[in-house]
Design a protein. Structure first.
Length: 334
């Protein structure tokens, strides 16, 4: 662990998933100084799930060589939890992949143990705040953030604050439909951008492309050991990097769909910056200039090309950084 000025303080960011809990010690510049991962007990009792969270916190605390004497360095704990949740009350409502918690007051329970401020939000909102505070969105007043992976999550930050809306449910940009005749999303709506451009949709489009032509030679098929049904979005990205024209075609179609969607986001929000993170972001980043060039076709904003489209600073650690960012107001300014 690096030496950290005492006056700056530190916060702990916690990222809860269905199978793991990651926790990290974060300083006032957004650097993750130490981190750990422990298994999540998702299908047991609420107390067992809470125990998994506190085990991760205790583990990262130990890694930082903290002890009772300098306990005061830890200013707060920020938690990213799957939704639905109530970020203001700090209550986890009923996430499908965390059956152990139903209307569980997670923030209050953690605060009771550590006696320091605890804040909670969903991963996309928190990651958006981390990017606005410390990452690619630093210096911008209005930030639109999207993480594209197995699903598509988004967060909106105005003037350093997450926009939650009236009930806390704002920012579900992944479930904005761009084609009401399109495939049904897991949310139940038709043609959501998540159902069209997230990782599973990319893989499905690739498999359909390989099935169109018998005997088609493709790096995607080689990676799947000849079985097109085993093609994943990661294989599409690897094949594109290897120069596979069919993978390029699949990603080009994905980029076109994302461009339509991002044009809508600009028309709705007129943000200062758009930031893309997640596993799919690395695959489509070579197309960012193409997206920027196409945006005027899909936006009525005459200055749409002035909006920067940037890669996120935080990758797999966005949940830890996001959790920490929820408590960033407790740290001295960097």
């Amino acid at each position: 662990m690096k030496d950290v000025p005492v006056q700056d303080g530190l916060v702990i960011g916690v990222d809860i998933g269905g199978t793991k809990v990651a926790a990290g010690l974060v300083d006032s510049t957004g650097e993750i100084l130490a981190q750990t991962r422990t298994p999540m007990v998702a299908s047991s009792e609420a107390a067992a799930g809470l125990g998994a969270v506190t085990a991760a916190i205790e583990s990262v605390w130990a890694k930082s060589a903290m002890n009772a004497k300098n306990h005061g360095l830890i200013r707060g704990i920020g938690i990213c939890s799957p939704g639905p949740l109530d970020p203001k009350a700090g209550v986890v409502i009923n996430p499908p992949n965390l059956p152990c918690w139903r209307n569980f007051p997670l923030s209050a329970e953690v605060a009771k143990i550590y006696r320091i401020p605890v804040k909670m939000d969903n991963d996309a909102n928190a990651a958006a705040l981390a990017e606005a505070r410390w990452g690619a969105g630093r210096g911008y007043q209005s930030v639109f953030y999207a993480t594209i992976g197995t699903g598509i999550g988004t967060g909106i930050v105005f003037d350093g604050r997450i926009y939650h809306g009236r009930t806390g449910a704002a920012g579900e940009g992944g479930h904005v439909s761009i084609d009401y005749h399109g495939p049904q999303c897991q949310c139940g709506k038709m043609g959501c951008i998540e159902a069209l451009a997230a990782g599973p949709a990319i893989a499905k489009r690739a498999r359909a492309k390989l099935a169109e032509i018998a005997g088609l030679r493709s790096v995607m098929l080689e990676l799947a050991q000849g079985n097109s049904e085993l093609v994943t979005s990661e294989m599409v990205g690897q094949a594109y990097a290897a120069g596979d024209p069919f993978a390029n075609e699949v990603l080009s179609q994905t980029v076109e769909l994302l461009t339509v969607w991002l044009g809508n986001m600009v028309d709705l929000l007129d943000p200062d910056v758009m930031i893309i993170g997640g596993g799919v972001a690395a695959m489509v980043s070579p197309f960012f200039d193409e997206i920027r060039n196409r945006l005027p076709t899909w936006s009525i904003n005459s200055r749409v090309q002035e909006v920067p489209l940037l890669m996120a600073r935080y990758g797999a650690d966005s949940g830890i950084a996001g959790g920490a960012a929820l408590c960033s107001d407790l740290l001295s300014s960097s």
